[in-house]
Design a protein around this ligand. Sequence first.
Ligand SMILES: Cc1ncc(COP(=O)(O)O)c(C=O)c1O
Length: 371
Amino acid sequence: MSTILNRDTGAERIAPASVELKAGVDGISLPDPLGFGNLMAPIMALAYYRDGAWETPRLTALEPLQLAPHAQALHYGQAIFEGMKAYRNLGALFQSPSLLFRPYDHANRFNRSAARLGMPAIDEEVFVATLEQLVAHLDKLVPDRHAQSLYLRPAMFGVTDHLSVTPSTEYCFVVVATPSDAFFTTPIKAWIERRYSRAGAGGTGCVKAAGNYAASFAAAAPLREQGFQQLLWLDANQRTHLEEFTAMNVFVRWEGKLFTPPLSDTILPGITRDSLLQLAGPLGLVMEERPIAVAELLAAIRAGADIELFGCGTGSVIASVEALGDETGMRVNLPPAVVAPTLRKHLLDIHHGLTPAPKGWQWPVGTRKQA
Ligand SMILES: Cc1ncc(COP(=O)(O)O)c(C=O)c1O
């Protein structure tokens, strides 16, 4: 067994994920169309936390887990996840077959989610090494086309079988994968949610707690029938300001600038959002974090202002919004996107290693120095 070296110091940190495979990817072909979640990779990474320590993650066949019906996560929702992607390396900047995007930032957010839900941290080196090893084994399932990817879903949940309302003492860490097409490639319709709230002050809105997403399902159901694809959430106190979409941060281009609401404990600090903020200067764009009042935005759109609205996130990368609606029957159409397609292409070119990016954003799979 080889030893993984710390990315910065070169010091020995951890043993890598051991491999215990009963399944392979030979003979599996990618679905056409690829879609999302249509083919689950037959291999997953798995580790348990017991007696105060994580075991070394291992790769194993994708199989149902054994879980007591009174497992803690099922009753009290002690569950978190991340959403990440491995992209086919289509450039000459790196030697590796695929690239992870900002994996240490995802590891760091995973641990912030864990801390908020009273769960144990997982070593960031272990987290990234496990993903690298999984992606290396699943290389055949990393699609070759621009904007397609192997979507990676690390998750952690409490598995202690006890009904007391206390944190679990045992946890499962799992990473599953599915080849994914680009989604929201055509402009979407967003529904301004005025009845339900996504997150309240001091709550879990700024982390990826599983329950945040379950809490959006009832709100999302009726609007789908009306052709809307995403909820656009407002602040829980006043319902006057934009917060974010269900799985994307929001940006508005207005008066020559790009605005996004400032981070708070009710907004998820998106890695794509942060990437856009960091890329603004070099791309010659002025971006500002500032509160965006929904009434002001709608009035400006109705007055014919040159406005563009888009969401950004790992899944969609960037999704332009062509129309807004709400439960009052209000409907407004937005002018065609101007900067969103350029930003989307730039980000995807970074994802695929076609254009350089800040250090640590493009993480080559399978080239880790080993002892
Ligand atoms: C609520 C929410 N906001 C924003 C995002 C975008 O975050 P990221 O860019 O890190 O994928 C996501 C997706 O993870 C999300 O679930």
